[in-house]
Design a protein around this ligand. Structure first.
Ligand code: C2E
Ligand code: CA
Ligand code: CA
Length: 694
């Protein structure tokens, strides 16, 4: 046998070429599978060429690394044929990898075909030497080389299939995979070479018309490097534009989403809901379904959460509520957020009872406690249901009526659902009418104040009054504040109305002083909207000046939750009011969530225990414990303690014993007009504090 030898440099080059070829091949697989139509075909053709040429040049450089003690050359025809075989098997491999799936059977068959192809290329390339007599192959090593080719092909196909998507991480995986694949290809080649034995006296039949070894090596290496470089650059540019296109696509769908979705909860917004409602109406009219239902949901107590915990927690709560609604609804239902704490669900109930069942599940799910940023928060939902076509013929009508039903659910005690009924419509119209009439009420001088005595515990004398607003409407009769104040607050009308109250209370107090009631004070209620309104301090100051009333005779009652809302801002306003010399009273105390630290900073003079604790008050019960705790707290902070809602003698006695300084309630006097207050006092013969005794 002829002794064989290898050039170390060229072997190293052949390994490098194999690795580069593998990397190019993996890249190409990525390109082909992310392209479509004609582009995919072009990538497949280009990829097959680059990869096939790569594998072939590895083989060829490996051949050139090999030397025999005789001169060797290669026959162009067979060399060209081996290149064609390499390209064809690459094309086949790329095609396999770019299919949607790679089941095991296809992987195995693919590996066999591709491995056979590579082996065919190799042995055709060997044949290009046209040795005389022929090369003798060791059957075992020959078989091993073919096996390696198939195993390497299988691994390559599997890896390429896995790594065909372009992502940032894939680049590193591809580099690693190329190293493995490169080594496998090289392994196959040199095993194949080892299988070859050249009998003594062999000579190379291609020696005369072939090319010379050294120049061939340089040429093949340069050309293959150039092919890889071009393939890789083009492929990377394409990947880049592809990624750009994908991110543009994503940005675009994000934009579409933003315009139709609520940014906070990502639910569809009013616009999208309107569109869905239109579609649902059309579908129903075409007869493809019988009816559909609109569920209007509004949270109960959401405003309180915002006031007490701030808007951030409020936002998180809304996100969580949205999640619970989405979980509760069925897949095909549309849920939208209209804004604030209002959500709408569009459903396709088989029967109206389905809508009721869903509404009930929603109420239950939303009503469970929330754990948000380590706070346990409670809200409930009221749901109104309107059914098309029964309860409205247009989107607008349906929404109005579902909303009216929701209000009805709220009136019935919240945390429940309610179907729309015709009667509610008149209710909605009444609300509208009320609003219009309220607007005219100030100018029409329809407001008046009633005054309720505040007396020293247990029996008096009377030390002041609380002014309570009444609306004497020619149409609606004497309207209590509960019926129009929420409306006035929602519409902002509370500001001019409240300013009128302050002015009128100061006027009346001055009047009483003129009658000799020099030590009385008058309490005026302030709502949240008023406290947040910039002009409040000026309004109070000018009312005091206009009526020449000493500020210490005016008390401003602010509910605990009003004071807590935007606590820092409230503090500034309350401080300015206190500087004027007016007293601050914390109303409805015990219902909010004041922190003691905050309470200490408030410039308050008085705590009014909420009526709720007084109503059920009895010796030794919970309410009694709460009242005495509030009293203890008030005393520590140096505050006067007022109990309101005192209706019975027992309450009067107990509250006095628990330490309340001042009592207020029907037992001690109902709210009455000013004249009536003075006449009833006179009739009772009590001598109010400050009345000059003759
Ligand atoms: P509030 O400040 O807690 O006023 C006390 C309410 O309890 C009054 O109801 C009063 O009539 C009622 N009340 C007094 N004693 C008793 C009693 O022994 N038993 C019972 N069951 N109730 C009693 P009213 O006048 O209907 O006022 C309701 C709420 O409207 C007030 O609650 C206050 O928050 C608000 N309000 C009243 N007037 C004004 C006002 O001029 N401006 C503002 N912003 N709010 C006002
Ligand atoms: Ca009050
Ligand atoms: Ca109160």
């Amino acid at each position: 046998m002829l002794p064989t030898s290898y050039s170390g440099v060229l072997v190293a080059f052949s390994l490098l070429v194999a690795i580069l070829a593998s990397y190019t091949a993996l890249n190409m697989a990525g390109r082909v599978s992310s392209a479509h139509g004609k582009a995919a075909g072009i990538w497949l053709a280009g990829g097959s060429f680059a990869m096939g040429f790569g594998v072939w040049s590895m083989h060829f450089v490996g051949m050139l690394a090999f030397s025999l003690p005789i001169s060797i050359s290669y026959d162009l025809l067979y060399t060209g044929l081996s290149l064609l075989i390499a390209i064809a098997s690459s094309a086949f491999a790329l095609w396999v990898v770019c299919q949607k799936e790679l089941p095991t059977l296809r992987l195995v068959l693919g590996a066999i075909f591709m491995g056979a192809g590579i082996a065919a290329m190799h042995y055709t390339g060997m044949h290009a030497m046209l040795m005389e007599p022929g090369i003798v192959y060791d059957p075992l090593l020959f078989a091993v080389s073919v096996l390696i080719a198939m195993l390497a092909s299988g691994a390559a196909l599997w890896i390429a299939f896995r790594l065909r998507r372009d992502t940032a991480r894939v680049v590193y995986a591809r580099i690693g995979a190329s190293l493995v694949m490169g080594c496998a290809i090289v392994g196959m080649h040199y095993t194949g070479m080892a299988a070859a034995e050249f009998p003594l006296g062999s000579y190379c039949g291609a020696a005369n018309n072939g090319m010379e070894n050294k120049w061939l090596a340089v040429l093949v290496i340069v050309v293959s490097l150039a092919v890889f470089a071009i393939a890789l650059i083009v492929s990377m540019l394409d990947a880049r534009t592809n990624i750009l296109a994908t991110s543009l696509d994503e940005a675009n769908s994000e934009l579409v989403k933003l315009a139709l979705h609520d940014t906070l909860t990502r639910l569809p917004n009013r616009v999208l809901l309107g569109d869905r409602l239109d579609q649902a109406i059309q579908k129903t009219n075409r007869g493809s379904k019988k009816h559909f239902a609109v569920l209007f949901m509004d949270l109960d107590g959401f405003k309180g959460v915002n006031d007490v915990y701030g808007h951030h927690i409020g936002d998180l709560l809304l996100i969580e509520v949205a999640r619970r609604i989405s979980e509760t609804k069925r897949g095909e239902d549309t849920v939208a957020r209209l804004g604030g704490d209002e959500f709408v669900l569009l459903i396709d109930p088989g029967e109206p009872e389905d809508a009721a069942a869903l509404a009930q599940r929603l109420v239950e799910s939303i009503g469970k406690p929330y754990n948000i940023s380590r706070n346990t928060v409670h809200v409930t939902a009221s749901v109104g249901i309107a059914i098309y076509p029964l309860d409205g013929a247009t989107v607008h009508e349906l929404m109005i009526n579902a909303d009216a039903a929701m209000y009805h659910a709220k009136e019935l005690g919240r945390n429940s659902y309610c179907f729309f009924e015709k009667a509610m419509n008149t209710n909605a119209h009444q609300q509208l009418k009320l609003q219009q009439d309220l607007r005219k009420a100030i100018d029409a001088r329809e407001f008046l104040l009633h005054y309720q005595p505040k007396v020293l515990a247990p029996n008096g004398p009377m030390i002041g009054v609380e002014a309570l607003l009444r609306w004497q409407s020619p149409e609606h009769g004497l309207v209590p504040p509960d019926r129009f104040l929420p409306l006035a607050e929602r519409t902002g009308m509370i500001v001019p109305i409240g300013n009128w109250v302050i002015d009128e209370a100061c006027r009346q107090m001055r009047e009483w002083q003129k009658q000799g009631h020099l030590e009385w004070s008058i309490a005026v209620n302030l709502s949240t909207v008023q406290l947040a309104h910039a002009g409040l301090v000026d309004v109070v100051r000018s009312a005091l000046e206009r009526h020449q009333l000493d500020a210490r005779h005016l008390v401003l009652e602010v509910t605990e939750s009003t004071a807590m809302r935007d606590a820092e801002a409230s503090l500034i306003i309350l401080d300015q009011l206190a500087k004027l010399g007016v007293s601050i009273s914390i109303d409805d105390f015990g219902t909010g969530y004041s922190s003691l630290l905050y309470l200490k900073r408030l410039p308050a003079n008085e705590l009014k225990i909420d009526r709720g604790f007084v109503t059920e008050l009895a010796q030794g019960n919970d309410d009694a414990a709460i009242v005495s705790a509030i009293v203890a707290l008030g005393q520590t902070l140096g505050l006067k303690i007022v109990a309101e809602g005192v209706e019975t003698a027992e309450q009067q006695a107990l509250l006095t014993r628990l330490g309340c300084n001042t009592l207020q309630g029907y037992l001690l006097g109902r709210p009455v007009p000013a004249e009536q207050l003075t006449t009833s006092l006179a009739a009772l013969g009590t001598s109010p504090v400050g009345v000059a005794t003759p």
